[in-house]
Design a protein around this ligand. Structure first.
Ligand SMILES: [Zn+2]
Length: 94
């Protein structure tokens, strides 16, 4: 039996970036986890994709649908966060 020991209070389920990285950048980790990378938004999207008529998919949806059906996860923003990239760009400007 596979058991994943994962503490969501210390690491984002979606991007897999740890809480310390966000705190170091001055970004509220709870905000990131609950709003920016809400796991429920991803669940909603997967349900939406599963229920949508495949003939009515737009280009983006069709691309993601094919990735999901191939059991790939590279559509997830692993190691990426919009708020961290904004912080990074702001840091480069200074
Ligand atoms: Zn995240």
């Amino acid at each position: 039996m596979f058991f994943l020991d994962f503490d969501s209070s210390k690491r984002c389920y979606i991007c897999n970036i740890d809480k310390f990285t966000f705190e170091k950048a001055g970004i509220n980790f709870e905000y990131h986890r609950m709003i920016e990378h809400s796991i429920w938004k991803y669940v909603d999207f997967l349900v939406f994709m599963n229920q949508k008529n495949k003939k009515n998919l737009n280009g983006f949806e069709e691309k993601i649908f094919n990735i999901i059906k191939a059991n790939k996860i590279h559509w997830f923003p692993l190691g990426k966060s919009h708020s961290l990239s904004l912080f990074s760009n702001k840091d480069k400007e200074n």
